[in-house]
Design a protein around this ligand. Structure first.
Ligand code: GLY
Length: 425
């Protein structure tokens, strides 16, 4: 089986690692990929929004399955072009990916499907200062101000300061994008990834991301600085509740609209006093949660993704998981997320160990056999263990050996959960 993975981050490296362990030993290709993936897959140049070039590449390598990692090609309709050309694709159509591409669309779907979510109001570019102020009056504090489009996880400002809320709204509107104001959802956050094939919904393990740059949830929002799975504090039956109250109704609504969902539906939720409420949907695996979640999956990944792509998920056997926990910690470059410095040499990347290993994101080949940084999130280190504390210890022991000038990482990934400081209301 020839599998082409589209993307270049640690999420795609985690997908390749999982696929490389499939007993069917698929031949793996990645586009554009990164330097750290070369041991697992053949790398190909590609602009991931170029549908024609993606179809040509899939033809060239006779792909049996194409797995699309990031949201940008999904929202650009690359999966539609591949399907029209006859390829099996893991990833939703452009129409279905609007669940991530337009937050206003996602709200409309949730309203029709009766799914709990924050109240929201859209401000269009061209709104007057008075209209913006009046909208801010109807929300906050705390204000949640979002760019109503794709912003790589960095388009959201959550702030108790009205002036900061106004400033972010102004900068999004000035860029020509609509703003979404939302009521603040209290309660611990959950990322639940579900494989969705029409009305069939199969959840993976629940995870929690750490989106702020610095310890103690300080600093700017990032794409994600670390994650852990599963969630020891989640109420009994929590995953089933999210599936029946959120993911299945949305899947049925998408079928009813004539745009069935096929791929990975990522529900980002807050667990409040009334249970789960949706913060946002994403149309793809989350990064960095995927690095932790897939590390515990025993079910062969190629067959699973292929079943979704071919519409046979309902016939797939139940998923099997390793016992225990997994933690991933992101090594970021100096200046991330605003202006990450590139070109710093990496040293001390630990060798591959099933209990603690490194996935590459923003890396390139340096001199000799070494690597240099080439992006904001440089590496994801994964640690696994019989419990969360052990998984954390292994991840931190491994990342502590890596040297890169100016790099930083959060020291508190999963710590509040280990210390029993997370509770649902
Ligand atoms: N973990 C956040 C995201 O993937 O968008």
């Amino acid at each position: 089986m020839n599998i082409l993975v589209i993307g270049a981050g640690a999420r795609e490296h985690a997908l390749l690692r999982g696929l490389s362990q499939d007993p069917t030993a698929p031949r793996l290709h990645v586009a554009p990929g990164n330097a750290g993936m070369a041991e697992l897959a053949t790398l190909h140049d590609l602009s991931v929004t170029d549908a024609e070039a993606t179809v040509a590449l899939a033809r060239e390598i006779a792909a049996d399955l194409v797995v699309i990692g990031p949201e940008v090609p999904l929202v650009a309709g690359v999966s539609d072009a591949l399907r029209e050309a006859g390829f099996a694709v893991f990833g939703p159509s452009r129409a279905a990916a609007q669940l991530e591409g337009s937050k206003a669309f996602a709200k409309e779907v949730m309203a029709s499907a009766g799914v709990a979510t924050a109240a929201a109001e859209r401000i269009a570019p061209g709104a007057s200062s008075g209209e913006i102020e009046a909208a801010l009056d109807r929300f906050g504090p705390t204000w949640v101000v979002k760019d109503d489009g794709l912003a790589g996880g960095k388009g959201v400002v959550v702030t108790p300061e009205r002036a900061a809320a106004r400033a972010h709204a102004d900068s999004v509107l000035a860029a020509g994008n609509p703003v979404l104001l939302e009521s603040f959802l209290d309660g611990p956050e959950v990322s639940l990834f579900c494989l969705v094939d029409g009305e069939t919904v199969v959840p993976l393990l629940p995870a929690q991301d750490h989106k702020r740059a610095y310890d103690g949830d300080e600093g700017p929002n990032t794409g994600g600085m670390g994650a852990y799975t599963p969630l020891p504090w989640l109420p009994e039956g929590g995953v089933e509740r999210i599936v029946t109250e959120v993911c299945e109704p949305v899947a049925r609504e998408m079928v009813a609209r004539g745009t069935p969902y096929s791929g990975l539906l990522y529900a980002g939720l807050a667990w409040g006093a009334d249970g789960p409420a949706v913060v946002e949907f994403n149309a793809r695996f989350g990064d960095p949660e995927t690095q932790a979640v897939l590390s515990l999956l025993r079910t062969p990944l190629a067959g699973l993704l292929d079943a979704v792509a071919r519409g046979t998920l309902a016939q797939h056997p139940p998923l099997e998981w390793e016992e225990g926990s997994a933690v991933t910690v992101v090594l970021a470059a100096e200046g991330y997320p605003d202006s990450p410095r590139k070109g710093d040499a990496l040293r001390g990347i630990p060798g591959d160990d099933p209990q603690a290993y490194t996935l590459h994101a923003g890396t390139a080949r340096g001199e000799g056999a070494g690597y240099v940084s080439a992006g904001g999130r440089v590496l994801s280190v994964v640690g696994k263990g019989e419990d969360l504390a052990t998984a954390r210890d292994r991840a931190y022991a491994a990342i502590g050996r890596i040297e890169m000038a100016g790099s930083f990482y959060r020291r508190d990934i999963g710590l509040a959960a280990v210390e029993g400081r997370i509770a649902t209301p």
